[in-house]
Design a protein. Structure first.
Length: 131
């Protein structure tokens, strides 16, 4: 949490663990909506980057400015090869939180590739800009 941007740490963020039998988000193991994160009990613990991935969604939901909302998809499209996972290449809005995992989590999870220097600099800049 301390590695997340200060403006995210300043937000009220609610994380709830949901029992598998009560999970309503299909095959996903995490879900973010606004400032709330839900993690599927018994599944999310095995996914090393999931909490930071969902916090990346929260950051974009709450703190991205209109210019950042326009800039990120363009950057993502031009830098698909540099995305850290196959999942990050699905959409710009899955690419952003996957990149956040690489910067905010203390160690790189298995299956993640390091961000390129340009990718890391862009994610750092976007996650540290204030509206």
């Amino acid at each position: 949490w301390r590695r997340c941007p200060a403006q995210l740490q300043a937000q009220p963020v609610y994380v709830r663990q949901i029992a598998a039998r009560a999970w309503t988000h299909g095959s996903h193991t995490g879900f973010a909506n606004g400032n709330e994160v839900e993690l599927k009990q018994g599944a999310w613990e095995r996914t090393a980057g999931l909490l930071f991935h969902e916090l990346g969604h929260v950051f974009a939901n709450l703190l991205f400015t209109s210019s950042q909302l326009a800039e990120w998809p363009l950057f993502w499209r031009q830098n698909l090869a540099g995305m850290p996972t196959d999942y990050a290449r699905r959409t710009a809005w899955e690419g952003w939180p996957e990149c956040c995992v690489c910067l905010w989590r203390p160690t790189l999870p298995p299956g993640y590739r390091r961000l390129t220097p340009v990718g890391a600099a862009t994610v750092r800049r976007l996650s540290n800009e204030l509206a």
